[in-house]
Each structure stands twice: as structure tokens, then as C-alpha cells.
Ligand binder design. Structure first.
Ligand SMILES: Cc1ncc(COP(=O)(O)O)c(C=O)c1O
Length: 398
């Protein structure tokens, strides 16, 4: 029996071995062990909002369940929700997007898998930034496609520029994946720059896949009045990924969406039917209430809270000796240089956790370009806890 179990490993695909587990999971395991021993841990490693889902959304879910909305929907999602998202684009960003182009998915993760599945053949090249969201490259590898890495310049504070993309572009690249605001850097791509990037991508016969999952979580002065922009304003020939996970505080509801060019709809529909049949029904009914005035009022309060945390943590982290030249404009992350504090950020992160109970994410989860010099702070805990974390870090560095 024993030898049979060992032999089962031989069935695993080679491409599965191309994928790295998240190093932050080791940190989480270490944190959980310490918590079991009774040591309090402050979690600044987790990439999800600590706020609860607004009440109108929860109420809508309960009423959907009670009225028996527990079956599959169409693979592309409920038309009512697609229409709500379309209205949201119109009222918040002044852009008209037909609901037909909006596809509801199981999280942005489901949208990424779906869109990349309809686009990629074996061996196709996909450009991704380094640092960047690690799952993008991993999904590309699972689909037997290849990665063209675009290292972002630390000297330029990880801002994405057309020049940078052009410099590392490999001929034949089919898709460019960008995120704004970005995980892990929190930096945004300006509209002016995005227009230049889209022009470049089109000139190369490639397509831009824009991840706007942190949309709405921006903190510059005019954020409330002018809630940023969506890349959908720029062109009909690009694809946008979004989600209810971050701004809407619905990570566990597993709901996101994609806005795709009309020409892709037939393919997207049939692939969605085959890989997951339908996005989660109760979550879709709940998400219709995400755009109600009361939900948005709560979410804007959360956003203001994130902004205060960012402002506090940005100064505090610099005082601790981390290097960070610019205040990131969005998401809920600071990607700080720790090179003058330790030669290896993964070792530093582990020591900090062990000695003063603060959990961070090492840079090596986000790419291969000098990750040992970086750590990611998530400001997804309340201000009091954030202040405790900073005091603990002060103690550590003393
Ligand atoms: C940049 C980015 N894209 C996509 C995702 C996937 O999110 P979800 O599947 O919860 O919508 C995440 C999650 O952290 C992310 O940071």
C-alpha cells in the first residue's frame, strides 16, 4: 500500500511543477503555530480587506436564498447584475459599456483563467510585470504558454511606462497583463501613459489585459469626486478584469467580472460553460445590492480608513529604516525596500514574525527581480493594531 501511495506522484503533470507555492503561506503557517502557542500576531501579510461586507449585500443574499435562488444562472451571469455593472461604469466613470460585454465570473481569478483560456495556445507569449501578481504567470504556465517578463525599475518607483514595456518587449508577444492599482506596489498607471501603452500594444498586434481589481481603492486628493478612470475609456479593443473582492469587501463570495471585446463573446460563453457552468448564484443576487447608495456610503468610509492607514504606515515604515520614495496611490499595500536592514527579506520577515509577532510578505512572492530586497506590508488591520505593529517593529530594529 505504501509503495502505491508514493507512486501516485508520478501521475502529476510536469507543468504543475513549474508553479511555486506562495511563500507567504509558510509565513502564515509559522504565524498560526505561534498563535497556537498563545502569542498574539498582527497580520500585515494578508491581501484582503478586514472590513465586513456592507449590510445591504448580506441582506440581499439572505433574501435570495430564502426565495429559492439556489440554482445555476447562465454561464455569463445574471443580466440584472451585468446591467448594474454597466450603470456603475456610466455613473462613476462616464463610460458606456454594453452589459452584453460584461461577463460575471467566480472572482477575478475565474475571469483570468477564462480570458487566458480563450486567448492562449501552447507556446504563446504573455508579458507580465516584475514585481507583479504571481497567479498571472502561474495561470499562463498552466495553459502551456510562455512568460515575457517586464522588470519594473525600482529607481522609477515601479511605475509602469511605455518605454519600459518597449525595452523588454519580445517580438510575437500576444498579451500584455497590467494591474492598476498594482499588487504589490500600490502604484497606478496614469491615463496618459495607458493611452501610450495601448497604442504600443496595438502596434505590436497584441492585446492589453488590464486588471482593475483595486479600482475604487485610490487615495489621491480628488479620489472621491473623480474616482480615477477605467481603461475601458481608452479603447474597445482591450479586456478588463475586475472583482467584488477588494473595494466591495467580498473576498469569500467569489465573484468578479470581465469586460471583453464583442468578438470574444461566443468563445468566452462556451469556455465558461465548460469550466464552471455558472458563477455563484447567491453571490450574484447579493452583488446587485453592492451598487446601492447605502453600500457605496459604507465602502467609501472604508476607503477613507484605508487612506488614513496608508498615510500613517507610509511615514512609519520610512522611520523604521525601510526605503520608499513615493506614497503609493492605491490598493492597500506598501512595497518597501529592506536592503539596508537585512540582505534577505525572507529571513527578515521570518525573524520579525518570530521575535515580535508581526507577519509580512517577502518580496519573493512577487517576482525574480531583486525580491530579496523587498517586503510587502498590507494595511488591512485597524489603526490601533497598525500602531502596535509599528511599535513592535521599532522594538525589533532596536
Ligand atoms: C492583482 C490581483 N488580481 C486578481 C486577484 C484575484 O482576486 P479574486 O479572485 O479574489 O477576485 C488578486 C487577489 O489578491 C489580485 O491582487
Amino acid at each position: 500500500l505504501e509503495s502505491n501511495i508514493i507512486g501516485m506522484k508520478d501521475f502529476l503533470s510536469k507543468k504543475n511543477n513549474l508553479i511555486q507555492p506562495f511563500h507567504v503561506m509558510d509565513i502564515l503557517a509559522q504565524a498560526q503555530k505561534l498563535e497556537k502557542e498563545g502569542k498574539p500576531i498582527i497580520h500585515l501579510e494578508v491581501g484582503e480587506p478586514d472590513f465586513s461586507t456592507p449590510k445591504p449585500i448580506i441582506d440581499a443574499a439572505i433574501s435570495a436564498m430564502q426565495s429559492g435562488q439556489t440554482r445555476y444562472t447562465s454561464a455569463l451571469g445574471l443580466i440584472e447584475l451585468r446591467e448594474k455593472i454597466s450603470q456603475h461604469y456610466a455613473t462613476r466613470y462616464g463610460v458606456q459599456i454594453s452589459p452584453i460585454r460584461i461577463i460575471i465570473t467566480p472572482g477575478a481569478s475565474g475571469a483570468l483563467l477564462l480570458v487566458l483560456s480563450v486567448l492562449l495556445d501552447s507556446g504563446d507569449l504573455v508579458a507580465v510585470t516584475d514585481p507583479g501578481y504571481p497567479c498571472n504567470s502561474n495561470i499562463v504556465k498552466l495553459l502551456n504558454a510562455q512568460i515575457n517578463t517586464i522588470p519594473l525599475s525600482a529607481e522609477n518607483d515601479f511605475v509602469v511606462s511605455k518605454e519600459n514595456i518597449e525595452r523588454y518587449w519580445q517580438e510575437g508577444t500576444k498579451v500584455l497583463m497590467l494591474a492598476s492599482p498594482s499588487n504589490p506596489t500600490g502604484r497606478i498607471v496614469s491615463k496618459k501613459e495607458l493611452i501610450r501603452i495601448q497604442e504600443f500594444v496595438q502596434s505590436k498586434n497584441a492585446v492589453l489585459l488590464m486588471d482593475e481589481i483595486y479600482q475604487g481603492l485610490i487615495y489621491n486628493e480628488d479620489a472621491v469626486i473623480n474616482a480615477g478612470f477605467t481603461s475601458l475609456e481608452i479603447s474597445k479593443n482591450l479586456c478588463v478584469i475586475n472583482s467584488f473582492s477588494k473595494y466591495f469587501c467580498m473576498t469569500g463570495w467569489r465573484l468578479g467580472w470581465a469586460v471583453v471585446p464583442e468578438a470574444w463573446l461566443g468563445s468566452v460563453d462556451k469556455v465558461a460553460q465548460n469550466i464552471y457552468l455558472s458563477p455563484p448564484t447567491v453571490s450574484q443576487y447579493a452583488a446587485i445590492a453592492a451598487f446601492e447608495r447605502e453600500s457605496i456610503r459604507q465602502l467609501e468610509l472604508y476607503r477613507a480608513d484605508f487612506q488614513s492607514r496608508r498615510d500613517y504606515l507610509y511615514s512609519a515604515v520610512k522611520e523604521l529604516g525601510f526605503k520608499l520614495n513615493v506614497k503609493p496611490e492605491g490598493a492597500f499595500y506598501l512595497y518597501a525596500n529592506s536592503a539596508s536592514l537585512h540582505a534577505r527579506s525572507d529571513v527578515l520577515v521570518s525573524k520579525i514574525l518570530d521575535q515580535v509577532g508581526v507577519a509580512l510578505t517577502p518580496g519573493k512572492d512577487f517576482g525574480l527581480a531583486n525580491p530579496q530586497d523587498y517586503v510587502r506590508f498590507s494595511y488591512t488591520v485597524e489603526m490601533d493594531k497598525l500602531k502596535h505593529a509599528v511599535s513592535a517593529l521599532k522594538k525589533y530594529f532596536k
